[in-house]
Ligand binder design. Structure first.
Ligand code: MN
Ligand code: MN
Length: 471
């Protein structure tokens, strides 16, 4: 029915002057919503095949090669439209699509991380107690430890044997694979445990992974269950107990990514922080053909433990790579960096209807309201954030509106409620303009995190529009 009544002056003014945040599901056409749902099928596959930084890196390279990307050759003079990737120690990857403009004009960089909170094995992990075999673990990243008990777990990683050869381990993902778990006390015997604070409810040294219970039949040996486990591992992987010393073994939830809700509007899965932005950035990079500016996507490691280490963005691997590329055009790496813009693609905390007291609704990101731009993260008085400038936010805002991206803004919780950081500060410290952009997440850092499919699609669109930038 057509509207016949004229709008009042107040209505007209309100329309012109006031913000009207809207659910993306009300703005997007049915056709686009369908596209978003389809996009998230690929996203779920990526989550299932990339549960660790090594696996996600390998998967990204596989998809990049399929899309025509070649391995980077140092010293090679690349021309507009050339597409290549550079892998850092099997745990981080930089994808580049050369632009028509010279590198001196700057690049368009998307940065996401592919490491997620998990349990790592200690260097002497294997032990037997009460006729059961277990692994000692050390958690990686910020976790609520109690959430990681009684969850089916898979084991991934690499072991470097005494002779220097390496073997990959991948167990718990296949339908026929066994899984593992951290046990927890039954409620009937937990009266003391229940008096502990939530933070202390399950302690770091209690996150022990149950891996076996059948003994090796031989009266001459003690620790028969442990021996039996080591025998199985030796037969399957050719390893001995001391090989755990030179290993990186990661324990992650074994379940697959699932549609969430009667309406299938969300994805529930492990490791969506930050593989949701990694996948969105990767997908945009794979579709990027001959951009105006050189477009780069870095999928990095170590964000969850502060970005330190040679596969994290607090190291020099990214500026070194840009340096090598710049040299082929006779320009300094820092000139390229200083003229560049970066979308630090990382998730933000979506407002949780059950725990809304930690967010300030006017400035919190909402599930289903599109990709979220985060001007600043940090804690207390904006400690540890790069805080994007008005100019940078303005530039991105124009870009997104022109490109028809549905976006919102969000801060990381109420002032003084806590806080956090991303790789944005490290990139900003290189002298690059940077802003955080990403997908709102519920239950962040839990074994099962929740995102909205429409937000994920809008994040992909945001990076795509950014890579299409011509100004
Ligand atoms: Mn993150
Ligand atoms: Mn995180």
């Amino acid at each position: 029915m057509a509207q016949t009544k004229n709008k009042t002056t107040g209505e007209q003014l309100a329309e012109k002057l006031l913000e009207k945040p809207k659910n993306a599901g009300l703005i997007m056409s049915d056709d686009e919503i369908k596209k978003a749902d389809e996009f998230c099928e690929g996203y779920k596959d990526f989550l299932n095949s990339g549960k660790t930084e090594r696996l996600a890196c390998a998967e990204a390279v596989k998809l990049a090669e399929k899309a025509g990307f070649k391995a980077f050759k140092k010293g090679k003079e690349y021309k507009a439209g050339d597409r290549f990737y550079y892998v850092n120690r099997s745990k981080a990857v930089i994808l580049t699509v050369m632009g028509k403009k010279p590198l001196a004009d700057g690049i368009r960089l998307a940065a996401a991380h592919i490491d997620s909170p998990r349990l790592d094995l200690k260097q002497h992990p294997l032990y037997e107690e009460k006729d059961m075999a277990l692994f000692k673990t050390h958690y990686y990243g910020g976790i609520k430890k109690y959430q990681w008990t009684t969850v089916p777990m898979a084991l991934h990683g690499v072991v470097v044997r005494e002779d220097g050869t390496a073997v990959d381990i991948n167990i718990g993902e296949d339908e026929n694979d066994p899984v593992f778990c951290v046990t927890d006390l039954l409620i009937h015997l937990a009266s003391d445990q229940m008096k502990r604070s939530l933070a202390d409810g399950v302690r770091g040294e209690e996150l022990n992974l149950l891996i076996g219970s059948r003994p090796f039949k031989d009266d001459k040996v003690s620790k028969k269950v442990k021996l039996n486990i080591m025998k199985i591992l030796n037969e399957k992987y050719g390893i001995i107990e001391s090989d755990f010393i030179s290993a990186e073994l990661e324990i992650v939830p074994a379940f697959k990514a699932k549609d969430l809700g009667f309406d299938r509007s969300m994805v529930g899965a492990y490791g969506q922080d930050d593989r949701v932005c990694a996948y969105a950035s990767l997908a945009a990079a794979l579709e990027c053909k001959k951009p105006t500016y050189t477009c780069m996507t870095v999928l990095t490691d170590k964000e969850e433990i502060g970005s330190d280490g040679n596969t994290g963005l607090n190291s020099s691997y990214l500026p070194y790579f840009i340096d090598d590329l710049a040299e082929t055009q006779g320009v300094k790496g820092h000139t390229v960096i200083s003229n560049s813009i970066c979308l630090s693609a990382d998730v933000n905390a979506a407002e949780d209807p059950t725990f809304s007291d930690v967010t300030e609704s006017r400035n919190a990101s909402k599930l289903g309201y599109g990709v979220v731009f985060t001007k600043y993260t940090g804690a207390r008085g904006k400690s540890g954030t790069s805080d994007a400038s008005a100019e940078t936010v303005g530039r991105i805002r124009c870009m997104m509106n022109k490109g028809g991206v549905i976006w919102q803004t969000g801060e990381l919780g109420k002032v003084d409620a806590g806080g956090g950081g991303t790789v944005a500060a490290y990139i900003a410290n290189l002298d690059m303009d940077v802003i955080d952009v990403g997908v709102p997440v519920l239950s962040m850092h839990a074994p099962f995190e929740v995102t909205s499919k429409l937000d994920t699609y809008q994040c992909y669109k945001a990076v795509k529009v950014f890579f299409d930038d011509k100004d």
